[in-house]
Design a protein around this ligand. Structure first.
Ligand SMILES: Nc1nc2c(ncn2[C@@H]2O[C@H](COP(=O)(O)OP(=O)(O)O)[C@@H](O)[C@H]2O)c(=O)[nH]1
Ligand SMILES: [Mg+2]
Length: 406
């Protein structure tokens, strides 16, 4: 299916704003991207590396298919871990024999060999499984039960991190269906141990893993950086830390942000806070999750955010919780902040533009939060989701049309 179908040429890049070469050459910079585990630092790093290296499109279809197959195989492996054995067997019985080799690999505990991945059609298999009604019902029920406090339900931190990739399962399916090119790797969790960096012209960009154990090593990475990009997930409102399953992730992120803003190691750095996963926050609010962090004055930047499911209020309270309005001194230590869906290349590009323009404090707000910016496939998915829940709750009724006989 997805991997074999012909895809229209992507228009990423055409509509994106160009970063002028002079902007890059005039700066002698070292950047560092930091955040707690699962805040999106690896994804942001991956996207800005592609943008800065002018690698905004896959150079050929095989390269795209390779990444797509890897991410689809990872998603199926993770799905397998939340299903009961009887459910897995029921699915296996329904799958055409041609997917046999893919299934054999799924039972293998080790990761699938990177060089062989394109020989298997994991994308086709994932789409097949996704279209099995009983699977969808079972997945929705289980995922809705474990995802709010995933680390309380599952004790192995590695499995928790791996399962978080399922947050983007629906998004992956919808992007495959849309048949346009995207970056599958941006939708998957990759374990980032140690320090990664790349250099482009005069800019050296570093990314370090954000789990508690990795954070102990951060001290070795500080090097009088000129820019610190601090990432916070907007979607962690109802989750506990992977490490102890007792501390709320929001508490941990707030504590870390405070430490970084006041850190002597980063005193030279322009500090930019990036709030990620606005799209997942929306999905959570749609499912009825809520949060109350107190009453904060509405920020003028948020005037165009839609207020369905109290989105405007929720975004304002989460951002205010981190940026601490009461304390002007602390707030002034932050140069600017943005809200971005890091899996969307165009959005990251817009943020990068602002980062490169040292004078710009103009907040970027992800279009998914704004009025009139819902993508057609997003709208379709929401309608399907609503219909699905109505069917499950048996709230559908036949419509009867009564004619008046004269
Ligand atoms: N939908 C969505 N997923 C995101 C966003 N940012 C990161 N992710 C996903 O969140 C997961 C963790 O991201 P990652 O970059 O690995 O986090 P890290 O632990 O900080 O390196 C991955 O599955 C990403 O695809 C976002 O803005 N929107
Ligand atoms: Mg990472």
């Amino acid at each position: 299916m997805g991997s074999k179908s012909s895809r229209t040429k992507p228009d990423i890049g055409k509509s994106t704003i160009t970063i002028h070469q002079e902007q890059l050459l005039s700066t002698e910079d070292e950047w560092i991207i930091l955040g707690t585990a699962d805040s999106g630092t690896s994804t942001f790093y991956y996207m800005i590396e592609r943008i800065l290296r002018k690698n905004r499109n896959y150079s050929n279809r095989d390269e795209f298919n390779h990444d797509l197959q890897i991410v689809c195989s990872l998603m199926i492996k993770r799905l397998w871990t939340i299903l009961e054995e009887s459910e897995r067997n029921r699915i296996i019985d329904m799958i055409p024999k041609s997917f046999g080799p893919c299934l054999e690999n799924l039972n293998d505990k080790s990761n699938i060999d990177d060089s062989q991945i394109s020989e298997f059609d994991y994308c086709g298999l994932l789409m097949y499984i996704w279209n099995i009604p009983f699977f969808r019902e079972s997945f929705e029920t289980k995922w809705n039960a474990i995802s709010p406090n995933i680390s309380e339900n599952i004790k192995d931190p590695n499995i928790v991190m791996n399962l978080l990739i399922l947050e983007n399962l629906e998004e992956l399916i919808s992007r495959i269906k849309s048949k346009s090119e995207f970056f599958p790797m941006a939708l998957s969790y990759t374990s980032s141990m140690g320090v990664r960096d790349f250099k482009y012209n005069n800019i050296l960009v570093k990314n370090v893993g954000g789990s508690r154990s990795q954070r102990k090593k951060w001290i070795n990475c500080f090097n009088g950086q000129s820019l610190a990009i601090l990432l916070v997930s907007l979607a962690e409102l109802d989750q506990y830390t992977v490490e102890d399953a007792r501390t709320l992730r929001m508490q941990e992120s707030k504590m870390l942000l405070g430490e970084l803003i006041n850190s002597n190691f980063l005193r030279r750095a322009r500090k930019i806070v990036i709030f990620t996963k606005p799209d997942i926050l929306i999905k959570k609010l749609q499912k009825g999750h809520s949060i109350n962090l107190g009453n904060f004055k509405m920020r003028p930047e948020f005037k165009d955010i839609i207020n369905k499911h109290e989105l405007k209020k929720v975004v304002n309270s989460i951002v205010s919780h981190y940026l601490d309005f009461e304390n002007e001194m602390e707030f002034n230590k932050i140069h600017s902040f943005h809200i971005v869906n890091t899996t969307e290349m165009e959005e990251v590009n817009s943020v990068l533009e602002r980062i490169l323009d040292h004078n710009s404090k103009n907040t970027f707000i992800s279009p998914c939060l704004l009025n009139g910016n819902r993508k057609p496939e997003q709208f379709e998915r929401e309608m399907q989701e609503r219909l699905f829940w109505k069917c499950r709750e048996q709230r559908l009724s036949d419509v009867e049309i009564l004619f008046n006989h004269i």
